[in-house]
Design a protein around this ligand. Structure first.
Ligand code: ME8
Length: 636
């Protein structure tokens, strides 16, 4: 029996769980259930990240003392996971005294290894991301490159971790373990960061006290990310409960969202190297979900409680939809329309009908699992497809290609429906001399359904159990039973209610209705989705001609441009485009700039205005004008 240790991020408890946190947790649950099905000894961990400035501020805003606030929110996460039938084996809270002791032990160990020193941190901090940023990393206007919100300038005497020392060992690890970070495009992003060199990171804060105290350093609390990452070790007993820790460590997979990949694929492994622990086998950084095409946000009113969705549609249905429709690893949209389509097509029509039609005919004609018979007509094709599906299913599940695994499984479901049309058992039932053939056909169908129900188990545990009940399959489900022919003859068969109800989209009211759709005002101005034309008009956009361009010394990102704005004269604009353009390429271009932006100084250079550019991932292109027009022309 192998072991398998799977983790989710520990979620900040500044707000309630939403479909984003539920997504990672559901995927982790699917993996945990699959590994148990394979026979592995599984430890599945989730929990809550309770320290740091963001949680502290949220408690203050809620007018509660921090401990009470954390207790209440942690309970909301715990009870949601229970309601969603998440089978986590551990639930860690970073305010657990045991965890806090482990964090101190871990950091002291890093210190004893010469990896922690005192210094002054001068730079930027993003509270929503709890992240430090250097000047050169910020977007124009002092904006956090991860979440797009304004950052704060801080200057503190801090302790630093010698992350730079681990750049070469990390690069070596990445090269020797090509699957360490997945998907490969996320791995490449990390490789680029490593190739660019690593700076040491500050690991303590002094301006607030809601955290784990730094040992022997009064006034310092350990940086929330260092505290949080250590959860993966402390939750399984490190350093005291060596038996459990040794049984499960290293983690087989840390599941995370793409925005926290750097912490998991660079900082955490370096911390582990520092204390001499093995690295996790894999970090899987999945994409981001939007809901009905919009970013998940409290102020839009679409950050609904996932419990509500499962109450309306069913837990298994939501799980199936998330795993089937959102390609794991990629960004995706949780669309209620698509969910309804999946329910009607894949669940009610394909799977529901297969089970319904088959059990109805068995109950009518035999009442029990009938005898198999000699192979005829499309039988071989069905058996061969079932066997091939088992193989493809395992391939998909072990490589985290869930969409692929479910698509393959549905090929079998659809073919089984086709098999009914080809063999026409309702006609066989009318001819007593064909009873043996009828028995064989129905046996083949029941056996296919049994295999499908087993393969469905990790994703749709209740449906899987319900189907097995209808077939009176009593054995503990395991991957060992994924072999054709194990269904016991004579088992009573139950017909039962349809497994899924069809939804008529015309008569259906959606669960997710945004404030805007309800005609309500949004609460938080800063995150409002829509602006008025008058608000837009406040931004003065003009065409400018680039007269000169030059890189800014000591900055990899910034370039200064001299631009001509016609009647408004010439001025200097600093833009973060140096990684994407050569200065010569820009001279003579007609670009679009925000002309009435407050002046700012970037790396000592004055910037009066901002150019417009489009970016996606690593790519950035500036906006130019389609043809000749006088510099200074207004853009609206
Ligand atoms: O980052 N789509 O916590 P967090 C997909 N405490 N996944 C989403 C999502 C979305 N729209 N929104 C959130 C933290 N997630 C730290 C982690 S771990 C040592 C510390 C999921 O509450 C996704 O897994 O901000 C993402 O990485 C995580 O929630 C962020 O949760």
């Amino acid at each position: 029996m192998g072991k398998f240790y799977v983790t989710t991020p520990i979620y900040y408890i500044n707000s309630e769980p939403h479909i984003g946190s539920a997504y990672t947790t559901i995927v982790a649950d699917v993996i945990a259930r699959y590994r148990r099905f394979l026979g592995d000894d599984v430890f599945f961990l989730t929990g809550t990240d309770e320290h740091g400035q963001k949680v502290y501020n949220a408690a203050k805003e809620a007018g509660k003392d921090t401990e009470t606030f954390c207790d209440e929110l942690a309970e909301k996460f715990r009870s949601l996971w229970k309601d969603l039938k998440i089978t986590n084996d551990g639930f860690i809270r970073t305010t657990d005294p045991q965890h806090m002791k482990t964090v101190q032990y871990f950091v002291e160990k890093m210190m004893n290894n010469g990896d922690v020193y005192r210094g002054v941190y001068r730079g930027w901090y993003c509270v929503p991301c709890e992240s430090y940023w250097g000047d050169e990393e910020l977007l124009e206007g002092n904006i956090c490159p991860s979440c797009g919100r304004p950052v704060k300038r801080i200057e503190e005497v801090n302790y630093f971790f010698r992350l730079s020392k681990y750049r070469d060992p990390l690069l070596k690890h990445f090269h020797e373990n090509p699957d360490f970070v997945e998907p490969d495009f996320r791995r490449n992003e990390m490789l680029r960061i490593l190739e660019g060199g690593l700076k040491d990171v500050s690991i303590t804060r002094t301006t607030f006290s809601w955290g784990v105290p730094m040992p022997n350093a009064p006034g310092h609390v350990i940086y929330v990310w260092i505290d949080a990452l250590i959860n993966y070790a402390s939750a399984i007993g490190y350093p005291h409960d060596t038996e459990i820790f040794q049984r499960y460590w290293p983690a087989d997979v840390h599941l995370i969202g793409k925005e926290i990949n750097r912490f998991h694929s660079i900082i955490w492994p370096a911390m582990l190297m520092s204390v001499g622990l093995p690295l996790p086998k894999k970090v899987y950084a999945h994409g981001w979900l939007t809901v009905n095409g919009q970013k998940i946000s409290k102020s839009l009113g679409n950050a609904i409680d996932p419990r509500r969705l499962t109450e309306v549609y069913g837990n298994d249905v939501i799980r199936y939809y998330l795993l089937r429709d959102i390609v794991f690893g990629r960004d995706g949209d949780f669309s209620e329309e698509n969910l309804i389509t999946r329910i009607n097509a894949d669940l009610a029509n394909d799977l529901g009908n297969l089970v319904h039609r088959t059990t109805a005919m068995v109950v009518q004609n035999f009442g029990r699992v009938p005898n198999p018979g000699p192979m005829e007509g499309p039988d071989t094709q069905l058996v061969e497809l079932a066997t091939a599906t088992v193989h493809r299913y395992h391939e998909g599940m072990t490589s985290y290609r869930f969409t692929q695994a479910l698509e393959n499984l549905w090929e079998l479901v659809r073919f089984a429906n086709k098999y009914i049309d080809l063999t026409e058992p309702w006609k066989l039932a009318k001819r007593p001399e064909k009873r043996e053939r009828l028995s064989a056909v129905l046996y083949n169908l029941l056996e296919t359904i049994r295999l499908v129900s087993l393969m469905l188990l990790p994703v749709m545990p209740d449906t899987s159990e319900e189907i097995r009940k209808r077939l009176s399959v009593e054995e503990e489900p395991s991957a060992q039973q994924l072999k054709w022919g194990l269904l016991k003859r004579g088992n009573p068969v139950v017909h039962g209610e349809p497994l899924f109800e069809r939804i008529d989209p015309a008569k259906w009211s959606r669960v997710i209705v945004t404030r805007q759709e309800k005609g309500e005002e949004n609460e938080e101005r800063e995150e409002r989705a829509l602006i008025t034309i008058d608000e837009f008009k406040k931004v003065k956009l003009r065409v400018a001609k680039v007269v000169a361009a030059e890189r800014i010394e000591n900055s990899r990102k910034l370039m200064k441009l001299k631009v001509n704005l016609g009647e408004l004269g010439e001025r200097q604009i600093v833009a973060g485009i140096a990684k994407h353009y050569e200065p010569e390429e820009l001279v003579g271009k007609l670009i679009v700039v925000v002309e009435n932006l407050q002046p700012a100084k970037l790396m000592g250079e004055e910037s009066r205005g901002m150019l417009l550019a489009a970016s996606k991932g690593e790519f950035l292109r500036i906006l130019t004008v389609d043809g000749e027009i006088e510099p200074g022309a207004e853009v609206s």
